[in-house]
Design a protein around this ligand. Sequence first.
Ligand code: HEM
Length: 159
Amino acid sequence: MSLQPFFEWMGGLRFSAFFLESVWPTPIVQCIHLVSVAVFVGALLLVDLRLLGQGLKETPLPQVARAAEPWLFGSFVVLVVTGIPQMSSTALKQYYSPFFWWKMEMLLLGVILTVTIRRKMASTEESQLGPVWPKVVALTSIALWTSVTIGARLIGLLS
Ligand code: HEM
């Protein structure tokens, strides 16, 4: 099933035209998207570094994870809310960009990892985790979210 009709519909919305034709909405939304990337990656790294045995070593892992979680989920919601207008106002450019689809695939994998294995692991006492799996999960998480940001940057650079 092709998603092209959906992207054509999105690009044709008045909301998309408003974004494309007005001067301020796009840069403001892009700035908020980028600030949210910084908050999201910060909250992510607090836990991933901790899983790697680095960073806030004095604080128990579940405590670090609990403190980071509202920032992680809150900034993700802002990323989705600010990503949608950018996507709809340039819908066909996104549809034809392989990097957009790369970003979305990595994003989906990143979300699945974050809300399943990584979340369960981060709420468990370290003594029960063993030395290898926390590092595997942390490195996978860092690799997936780095791929999301590289894919996102390439949409703009190579289209
Ligand atoms: C469903 C959620 C998201 C949607 C729909 C979305 C959509 C977009 C779109 C359409 C762009 C503009 C690309 C262009 O044409 O140049 C963009 C830029 C970007 N996004 Fe997202 N995004 C989402 C989530 C995320 C997440 C989770 C991250 C990182 C963790 C992220 C990082 C970036 C970065 C780094 C840029 C490039 C900004 C620039 O080059 O100035 N996005 N996003």
